[in-house]
Design a protein around this ligand. Structure first.
Ligand code: ZN
Length: 447
């Protein structure tokens, strides 16, 4: 989810901790806001004497660090609860809207999501109570630490209450979805919870722009009636987009339920050997509609992929192995993986370009699964047609059609721009000639 996050040299219960780059922008802001709150509190008489600028900045720093440590503990609450249901926790990331715990999947047990969701706010409530108790214990003898504890108690309390707003993917929304799923289907429960979240997101935008006010306990709506808070705008956007995504995911997951990669894959893979010259491959690409090819080594094992774009911009005398992207792990999937996992992998890994190579654990090619295969299965199911499934033993290594390495002929630059002429039959054994001749590409001429 976070492409700009970097890993901290710290693990909590084995869970890696990440900092998103957006956190680095919001952290100084939090320090400054806390510092000005302390200076304000000192002026109001909460402290015997006013705070110096440096001192309030130091207190701001301590509070901001404490706040984000509390956010991590909140996420740890979710993570440890999820682990009890056997869910793998990938990582915890801090970003400008707080913290996110990423799970491999949501727990499937009835009501489990509600338990996992409530665990975070419970941790925050406990922290609020602990800091409140500590503030009482410190008493008037330690006015400055007491003030810091008081701040952290208030912030944790607000964090817990705020997260219980029933707007998915916030904790309250997840609790709502999980409870709804106790008496209806997961898809319907998600659709209802996502609808509620979208309405709340629109409310957040209105509040953020100062169009809603709760001042004095009565609700007023209109232009400029409220104080406004621009921080609500990105939060509302996040809620709206995430809720939409959750609803779509639930629909797709329901439609693909029970299907595995081996059921939907095409067993015929057009792989390219790594030792094939780029120029030789370029002569054959017109025979296929593929945007790229999986690359195999001499043992037939998947080692990476090569895209047409890469092919166009590379020297034809190089070997495919020299220009390929070594992304075998990112673009391969096991035949027994679920179709939902495949859809997730395609959306999470832009490298795949909507195509996954189905391989044995040893890396031997079994078939290819594309976006179109998933779309076809979704379509069949949506019109009530059964999707044929394949027994595991049928998903055995298929005959491949690797292109044979060819000597490279370096073509001289043509005087005028002629269409490239193709042989009438594909030497690699493919049947159809291209509909339109492909024009010569500049890099291929004049070397
Ligand atoms: Zn939470």
């Amino acid at each position: 989810m976070f492409k700009t996050a970097f890993k901290l040299p710290l693990r909590l219960f084995g869970i890696p901790l990440y900092l998103d780059i957006s956190f680095l922008f919001v952290f100084p802001l939090m320090v400054w806001m806390s510092a000005s709150q302390f200076a304000y509190a000192a002026r109001l008489g909460f402290l015997a004497e006013p705070l110096s600028g440096g001192m309030s900045l130091l207190l701001g720093l301590v509070t901001a660090v404490g706040l984000f440590a509390c956010v991590v503990l909140h996420e740890l609450g979710h993570s440890l609860a999820a682990r009890r249901y056997g869910v793998e926790v990938r990582r915890i990331t801090l970003w400008f809207l707080g913290g996110v715990a990423e799970f491999r999947e949501m727990p499937k047990q009835r009501g489990a999501e509600a338990v996992v969701a409530i665990a975070g706010p419970i941790v925050s409530f406990v922290l609020a109570a602990a800091f409140f108790g500590l503030a009482l214990l410190l008493g008037s003898a330690w006015p400055v630490p007491r003030l810091v504890c008081g701040f952290l108690a208030t912030i944790n309390f607000m964090l817990a209450v705020f997260n219980l707003i029933p707007a998915m993917p916030m904790d309250g929304g997840r609790i709502l979805r999980s409870l709804l799923a106790l008496w209806t289907t997961q898809v319907r429960a998600t659709a209802i919870a996502a609808g509620v979240a979208k309405v709340i997101a629109l409310g957040m935008v209105a509040y953020g722009l100062g169009m809603i006010s709760f001042a004095g306990g009565d609700l007023r709506v209109g232009l400029g009636v409220g104080p406004g808070n621009l921080w609500f705008i990105p939060l509302a956007l996040f809620v709206y987009v995430s809720a939409t995504r959750e609803a779509n995911y639930a629909r797709v997951a329901d439609a693909l339920d029970g299907l595995r990669v081996r059921d939907l894959m095409t067993p015929d893979v057009h792989a390219v050997p790594a030792h094939l010259p780029v120029g030789a491959l370029a002569q054959y690409v017109g025979f296929h509609k593929h945007g790229g090819f999986p690359v195999v080594d001499t043992a037939g094992q998947l080692v990476g992929s090569v895209s047409l774009d890469r092919l166009q911009t590379s020297d034809p005398r190089l070997l495919v192995g020299q220009i390929m992207t070594p992304n075998a792990a990112a673009i391969s999937i096991a035949p027994d993986a679920t179709a939902i996992d495949a859809a997730m992998q395609m959306s999470a890994q832009p490298d795949t370009a909507g195509r996954l190579v189905v391989t044995t654990p040893a890396g031997q090619l079994l078939g290819i699964l594309t976006h179109a295969d998933l779309a076809r299965a979704l379509h069949l199911r949506s019109i009530g047609m059964p999707v044929p499934t394949r027994a595991p033993e049928v998903a055995a290594p298929s005959a491949q059609h690797p292109l044979q390495p060819q000597p490279v002929t370096v073509v001289r630059a043509p005087q005028s721009f002629h269409p490239w002429s193709f042989p009438a039959t594909d030497p690699a054994g493919f049947r159809t000639a291209p509909q339109r001749p492909i024009r010569t590409v500049p890099w291929y001429a004049g070397q």
